[in-house]
Design a protein. Structure first.
Length: 739
């Protein structure tokens, strides 16, 4: 039987009073001057940023419609008013998809990382490392010079011993010590010269240590990047770049993530070698941990609002979040968040009125992003603003921050503020030691002085509109010219005749006397066909389609389109055209390198030092380089060049004879490597090819020597008949062979 818990009226009233007191305390805390002023500061920035982004949002909505193959509402209304076809040629989507594929192949699918760790040209080591290296080289140099001087003095001592001028060991030692003292000055000069030589040795040792540190750091950093979701964020940002004025990557940020962690018992039982297969033993070989990890993501273009004067993310930026009640509940009790404020948010906005921001484009955005009924969802999200900006220290002091945090009241301090309605659920100084914010931008076409650039749809909008107009007119003209038009002289037809009905063998009645003036001069029914101008319109369409290729820099032949005729008909011509076409994409990759790849990797490495205090990332003086626009594109072009050279070698016996089989094997090895083959399993190594070539040369030499020996041997007559001399064979006709 289940027990029932009873409470007295006094207990219920006490609990209700406690809830009211907690609510009153939370409201009083939120109404304090420093909280209300921060909320007011945040709302002012939000309203300004939202208004400043409205023109950019309209551009983005048009671009998204253009890629989805939809007309803008006003344009569609004009077309429908005119009548005829409403066809939309998906030229933009074709170009944007090619743009995405090309960038993904260069940056993510090339088989190599688009970044690398490299020592600086003049590595900077720790002072103790430099001191240790210098001391070791000095000791080595001093010992070397001292030994050389000692040997020279001994050579001078030998004649004196032979002449009897020095007769005992004490005098010999004294002679040596005196000689060393006399040469002390000379040794100092030699040490000075040696010190200059030591500089190169020290630098070489420092470079060696830096390279060793680079290898360790790169391996470990790559492991962190792989687990952080960095590649997925880059891929999503590339997709946004293909449509919107910018692609955005947020990170690195610290988040708690649940992970499986192998226990010691699982290691002892060998479960780690087999992988996790459910729960193979009652001791549970894994446990779920909630660890702080580095994370990356790609926020939507529509959720990012830079301040009106922002030229870089650190100038001020706002991200709009849509939080679930579950997520907000998980923040209660987390350090840095106001638990009482979160409870007030859940009470006020947790029952379906969480869209307190009322962003006007939300409905259009949801339809274009294939979420047309999102507002009908029974589980509504709650809008939240994450605001990054600078606030003067004096304002923060007045808002309640301690003087220990605000050392200079007239300096600006970067803060992170989370705002939901009038409630500040989190407010703290920016945790980045350099005051950076975790947002990184890149655009198809960058515009100086703005975080927003332009996307491919915007660049070819006029070509897309012209192609659409040509296509609509082609369809309309084809419909009109596809069959005969009928001209009926209704004056010659009897009253009530149905001129809209036409079928084979129909009999038309006419009366020429009814025609105007009597006596008709033309037949009552005439047929004519309007002229077709489809070919001319197709030429117009092709012209503007090629203009789109020129403007976006991604011609059809670069992604498998029409590649016939002209320079494209030869391998070298195709390579030249591809090299020209890739110039535009190189600029885009440079934007990604500079705006996203390099800063995200650098900050990840610095976060490992600053937050996780990982000593591996401290060793050596290294820098992060993004190599997408240089090495990776160069590799792509090198593959084309290798194929061209291979065809030249295989098509020319002279070229093949020059490089030999060893050179051909080296070429094939590089080609197989670029195709992700293990070349050593297919193409023999250079050493093996040289061994084979040497064996072949030895075999040929042996054969030549054997043939030469046969030619130089004396002629012998072998009888096959009865005669024993060659002359007799000629006479008798017997069969002889000279060997």
């Amino acid at each position: 039987m289940v027990g029932v818990l009873y409470k007295t009226n006094q207990q219920l009233e006490a609990e209700e009073q406690q809830v009211l007191e907690e609510k009153r305390a939370a409201e009083e805390r939120q109404n304090q001057s420093h909280i209300t002023s921060l909320a007011s500061w945040g709302m002012q920035r939000w309203e300004a940023a939202k208004m400043a982004k409205q023109p950019i949002e309209q551009v983005a909505l048009r671009s998204l419609r253009q890629r989805n193959g939809q007309y803008d509402p006003d344009r569609l209304a004009q077309i429908q008013e005119y009548g005829g076809s409403e066809i939309f040629m998906s030229l933009t989507d074709e170009k944007c998809a090619a743009f995405e594929s090309w960038l993904n192949d260069i940056i993510l699918n090339s088989g190599e990382k688009p970044w690398a760790v490299d020592p600086t040209p003049v590595p900077e080591l720790k002072p103790e490392q430099v001191e240790s290296i210098t001391s070791a080289v000095e000791q080595e140099a001093y010992a070397e010079i001292q030994m050389a001087a000692h040997g020279e003095i001994k050579q001078e001592l030998i004649p004196l011993l032979q002449a009897g001028q020095i007769t005992n060991m004490e005098d010999a030692k004294g002679f040596i010590l005196q000689g060393m003292e006399q040469r002390a000055g000379q040794m100092a000069e030699q040490m000075q010269q040696r010190a200059e030589e030591m500089g190169e040795e020290i630098r070489a040792e420092m470079e060696k240590l830096a390279k060793e540190a680079r290898d360790r750091i790169e391996t470990k950093l790559h492991d962190v990047i792989v687990e952080s979701g960095w590649e997925d964020a880059i891929s999503e940002a590339i997709s946004d770049m293909a449509t919107f004025p910018a692609g955005i990557v947020k990170g690195p940020v610290l988040r708690r993530k649940k992970k499986f962690k192998w226990t010691k018992a699982s290691e002892e039982q060998g479960v780690m070698d087999e992988g996790f297969q459910g729960n193979p033993n009652p001791d549970s070989p894994v446990e779920v941990t909630n660890e702080v990890c580095i994370d990356f993501n790609a926020p939507s273009f529509f959720d990012i609002y830079p301040f009106p004067n922002a030229r870089k993310p650190e100038d001020g930026i706002i991200e709009r979040h849509k939080l679930t009640r579950r997520y907000l509940n998980s923040l209660i009790g987390v350090k840095g968040y106001d638990s009482d404020a979160i409870r007030m948010v859940l009470k006020e906005y947790g029952q379906g009125n969480g869209n307190w921001l009322s962003v006007t484009i939300d409905q259009q955005r949801n339809v274009l992003e294939n979420r047309p009924y999102e507002e009908w969802s029974p589980d509504q999200h709650i809008d939240a603003l994450q605001i990054w900006g600078d606030v003067q220290g004096l304002t923060l002091l007045n808002d309640g921050l301690s003087p220990e945090q605000i050392q200079d009241p007239f300096a600006d301090y970067s803060i992170e503020l989370w705002l939901i309605g009038k409630y500040v659920i989190k407010a703290e100084l920016n945790g980045d030691p350099l005051g950076r914010v975790p947002y990184n931008f890149a655009s198809f076409r960058k515009r100086n002085g703005s975080l927003w650039g332009s996307g491919p749809p915007e660049s070819i909008r006029d070509s897309q509109n012209s192609c659409n107009a040509a296509a609509r007119n082609i369809i309309n003209n084809m419909g009109i010219s596809s069959g005969p038009q009928v001209d009926v002289d209704i004056a010659q037809l009897p009253d009530g005749a149905d001129v809209t009905e036409m079928y084979p063998w129909k009999i038309w009645q006419s009366d020429t006397n009814k025609a105007l003036g009597g006596g008709a001069s033309r037949p009552p029914i005439r047929f004519f066909v309007p002229p077709s101008v489809a070919n001319d319109l197709i030429g117009v369409y092709k012209f503007f389609s090629e203009e789109a290729d020129n403007k976006i820099g991604i011609p059809k032949f670069s992604y498998g389109g029409d590649s016939k005729g002209g320079a494209l008909g030869t391998a070298s011509g195709f390579s030249m055209m591809m090299n020209n076409a890739s110039r535009n994409i190189k600029n885009v990759v440079k934007h990604i390198d500079k705006g996203i790849i390099k800063p995200t990797i650098e900050r990840t490495q610095q976060l490992q030092i600053y937050y996780f205090k990982d000593p591996e990332f401290i060793a050596g003086d290294i820098k992060i380089i993004a190599r997408g626009s240089t090495a990776l594109i160069a590799k792509e072009q090198a593959a084309v060049r290798r194929n061209e050279l291979l065809s030249v070698v295989l098509g020319s016996k002279v070229a093949l004879g020059i490089i030999g089989k060893v050179g051909l094997a080296s070429m094939l090895s590089e080609i197989f490597k670029s195709g992700d083959f293990q070349d050593t399993e297919i193409v023999p190594t250079k050493k093996e090819m040289m061994r084979r070539e040497e064996q072949e040369q030895q075999a040929q030499l042996a054969q030549m020597q054997q043939e030469q020996a046969q030619l130089e041997a004396p002629a012998q007559v072998v009888e096959h008949g009865t005669e024993t001399n060659e002359a007799g064979a000629k006479k008798s006709g017997k069969d002889y062979q000279i060997v």
